[in-house]
Every structure is written in C-alpha cells, then in structure tokens.
Design a protein. Structure first.
Length: 191
C-alpha cells in the first residue's frame, strides 16, 4: 500500500472483507425471506388460478355455486314481484305479467353467468400478470445484487493488483539500489 495515499480496498482489507460478508449476508437473508413468501403465496395463487380457470372455462356447477348469493337475491326480488302480481291481478293479465316476470328473472340470472365468466377471465388475467411481474421483479433484483457483488469484488481485485504492482516497483527499485552499490555505476549490464 502507498503510505502517502492509503486506501481501504473492499476485498483487500479486513474492513472490506467485513463489508463484502455483510452484503452477502443481507443478500442471503433477503433471498430467504423471498423464498418463504414465495412458498407461502404460491399455493394460494395456484388455488385462485384454478378457481378462476374453472369459472372462466364455463363450468356451470362452479358458476352456480360462485353466483349463488346473487342468484338468491335475484330470485327473492322476482319472487316478491310475483307475489304482488298474484295478489292484485286476475285472469289473463295476471298470467301475462307472471310470465313476463319469470322471463325477466331468467334473463337476470343468465346475465349473472355472463358477467361472472367475464369477471373470472379478468381476475385470471390479473393473477397471471401479477405472477409474471413478480417473477420479473425478483429476477431483476437478483441480477442487481449479483452485479453489485461482482462490481465490489472486481474493484477489490483492481486495488489489490495496484498494490502488488506498487510493491513490485518498490522491490525493483530496492534491487537496483542494492546492485548499484556492489558494482560500479557504469558497469551495470556491461560485459
């Protein structure tokens, strides 16, 4: 090392080695946390994806089960309308209104299935996009971390090479001075 300009090299000194070890430890800790969260979240995402895939695929039984609260609500509204019509109307007018009410109820329930399938496709796309985005983000973070460690290691190697070069120059100068003192000045390298 140069005594005029002392440097603390990231890889060549105890402090530098501690800094590199600290960076590596933090990286390992973050990777462990990421793995834990991934392992916890992946089954939930898979379950959600399977559910939305089933609905998006048009599985009638699954759709009926998923939409049962909305279907019950629709049936309750139209059931109340049917009771009201039955109490106040008579004859063919009652029959026409009841048939119209039943047609409207069936249409409302049918629209629930169409809307449910559209919503399932949108949610499935959202889950997929979220997974792709998280994967890309994790890959980018890992690349950045490895790049940082590589850059620190490279900087340390450069500093170490500089120190070795300076030491070699110092040794060469010392050797020259030693040899100069044993031979006459003009006779170095002469036969």
């Amino acid at each position: 090392m140069n005594s005029v300009n002392p440097k603390v090299t990231p890889g060549g000194s105890a402090i530098g080695q501690q800094a590199l070890a600290g960076q590596s430890a933090q990286g390992k800790q973050l990777a462990g946390q990421g793995t834990g969260l991934f392992n916890q979240g992946m089954p939930q995402l898979q379950q959600s994806g399977k559910y939305f895939s089933t609905l998006a695929g048009g599985n009638r039984a699954a759709m009926t089960q998923a939409l049962s609260p909305e279907i019950e609500s629709t049936n309750a509204v139209y059931g109340g309308a049917t009771k009201t019509l039955s109490r106040f109307l008579r004859g063919p007018e009652k029959d026409v209104q009841l048939a119209e009410t039943e047609r409207e109820r069936a249409g409302a329930i049918g629209r629930l299935f169409g809307q449910g399938r559209t919503a399932a496709n949108a949610n499935l796309a959202s889950v997929g996009a979220g997974n792709v985005g998280a994967g890309m983000q994790a890959s980018g973070a890992a690349g950045s971390m490895f790049g940082s460690v590589a850059r620190t290691s490279q900087d340390a190697q450069i500093e170490q090479n500089k120190e070795q070069m300076q030491a070699g120059q110092g040794f060469g100068g010392l050797l020259f001075n030693v040899l100069k003192s044993f031979t006459p000045l003009g006779r170095i390298g002469a036969p």
